[in-house]
Ligand binder design. Structure first.
Ligand code: GUN
Length: 496
């Protein structure tokens, strides 16, 4: 049990949590966005990040500070909080990213953890190895060994009240990611970043990102606070939260602003190509795209960065509200429609429906069937599993609406795409109260047919008649021969 992280609410594998950061004397509500503050180039001041954007936590880089004499002296002298003028929690990275970019850094985990402690870091990072995607298995394994050694060094270090990150690596090998997660989880370290996903996100490989995170999560316990290192595009927050990520850090707001890129929850636009702003944040209310383009360079960069922050923090709030309302997958689905790569990400998420189902709450607000992907949601899978445990004896009519016929059947059940069959008594229970479009698609019928098959196979002594409203052949072919399938109007009723 981790006493510094408490989960307050959840939907899918996403959660609203409270991360207690003892050294800062604050509790951070998750999902949280940590703006990246580059100590050399401050685009938006940390004091404003806190007061205007609501940042409770930020991240900066201890290696950059350590290797710059002026910054090092100041940080050691007055401490990070005073140096940055920020009262919230401060996480620092270790130089691992520089290691990945430039191939070498001259600091060990022991040294950088000591330095982080000396400058007043609240959550520190050891020197992990961010192994890129698609490397050889040997390299991924060798580098994971080094990361795991760094975690052991971190456990041995004197860190006092400071929390310490335990990064999970393993490149694009799910079993190595899972091992990395399990090793990290077994340490007494505190926060669990999934690392080296930046190249995946830059290449729009959201499906591979999902697989890497899902694998890491299998190794980590459900109570572990998980950070998605380097993930700062608001388009993918809902997807990553649904997988069980709690913390995000954004350098994107500033980096993108530097080259005129404007973030939205649907993707990235270029200021040069916008005629209208699809946003009503303070910046977009005060300026038209043309006026912003005419603003002087540094000022324009700051204003764009502010818009990028507004849209990112708003999306975090929207994700939290969706968790509260039990509508996180509806939001993920909406975001998945923004870009084909996001749709791949959502489809990859649904490949892990089995894993997600274990954490998804049994009852929540609403289930909206919004696309053929909805048929693969964890709630549908759960319903199918439940069918095996339901009592279903004698002769049962599975009917899609219409009137039930009493005499010929011992019981009449309803059958509703995409869930399939259920006793009428469950009609008003989640998720069977789902809103499904009248003009639904083959995927919903096929999933309902799989439900019928599951029920029939788990109740071999029961006689089932399925009265459907004209299911497509792809669905009917999934109904086992032991079930009599009839078009609704043709089922013999009491009146016959
Ligand atoms: N920032 C982005 N990715 C990583 C990573 O894998 N490790 C560390 N330490 N920092 C990162």
């Amino acid at each position: 049990m981790r006493d510094h992280f408490e989960i307050r609410d959840g939907d899918v594998a996403g959660r609203i949590g409270e991360l207690t950061v003892p050294r800062a004397g604050v509790t951070v509500e998750t999902p949280a966005l940590l703006p990246v503050v580059n100590p050399n180039i401050v685009t938006v001041s940390p004091a404003r990040l806190e007061s205007e954007f609501g940042a409770e936590i930020l991240i900066t880089n201890s290696y950059i500070i350590k290797t710059n004499e002026h910054l090092r002296e100041e940080a050691l002298d007055v401490g990070l909080h005073e140096m940055l003028d920020f009262d919230g929690a401060i996480m620092t990275d270790s130089g691992s990213f520089q290691l990945a970019e430039y191939g070498d850094i001259d600091v060990t985990t022991k040294q950088i953890l000591q330095f982080q402690r000396d400058i007043g870091t609240d959550i520190a990072t050891p020197v992990d190895i961010p192994t890129p995607p698609d490397v050889s298995r040997e390299q991924a394994e060798r580098e994971l060994d080094v990361t795991e050694e760094a975690l052991r060094d971190a456990e041995d270090a004197e860190t006092g009240e400071m929390l310490v990150n335990a990064p999970v690596q393993g490149s694009t090998y799910p079993d190595l990611r899972e091992r990395g997660g399990r090793t990290a989880d077994a340490t007494d370290l505190d926060v669990f970043p999934v690392g080296a996903v930046v190249p995946l996100m830059n290449a729009y490989r959201y499906d591979d990102m999902v697989d890497a995170v899902a694998a890491a999560k299998r190794g980590l316990g459900a109570d572990a606070p998980v950070h998605l290192f380097g993930a700062g595009h608001p388009m993918m927050f809902a997807l990553a939260v649904a997988l069980g990520c709690d913390l995000f850090d954004s350098a994107a707001y500033a980096l993108y602003a530097r080259d005129g890129r404007y973030l939205t929850v649907h993707g990235t636009e270029h200021l040069g190509e916008l005629d209208y702003f699809p946003c009503s944040c303070a910046v977009c209310s005060a300026y038209s795209p043309e006026e912003l383009r005419e603003t002087e360079g540094e000022e324009r960069e700051r204003l764009l960065a502010e818009h990028n922050l507004h849209v990112s923090f708003a999306e975090i709030r929207r994700v939290k509200q969706a968790i509260r309302a039990g509508e996180l997958l509806e939001l993920v689905e909406e975001r998945a429609r923004s870009h084909p790569a996001m749709l791949d990400g959502y489809r990859a998420l649904l490949d892990h429906a089995d894993q997600l189902e274990r954490e998804d709450p049994a009852s929540k607000g609403s289930f909206f069937y919004l696309s053929s992907e909805s048929a693969r949601r964890p709630e549908v899978l759960r319903h199918h599993r439940r069918l095996e445990r339901l009592e279903a004896e004698g002769r049962i009519l599975l009917t899609q609406g219409g009137k039930a016929s009493g005499d010929r059947f011992d019981a009449s059940w309803r059958v509703v795409p995409p869930f399939g069959p259920f006793p009428r008594a469950l009609s008003e229970t989640y998720p069977l109260t789902a809103e499904v479009p009248e003009r639904t698609d083959p995927a919903a019928y096929e999933m309902a047919a799989e439900g019928v098959a599951r029920l029939a196979e788990s109740h071999p002594d029961t006689e089932f008649v399925l009265a459907h409203d004209g299911w497509p052949e792809t669905a009917l072919s999934k109904v086992p021969d032991s079930v009599t399938a009839e078009l609704l109007g043709r089922v013999p009723s009491d009146d016959d």
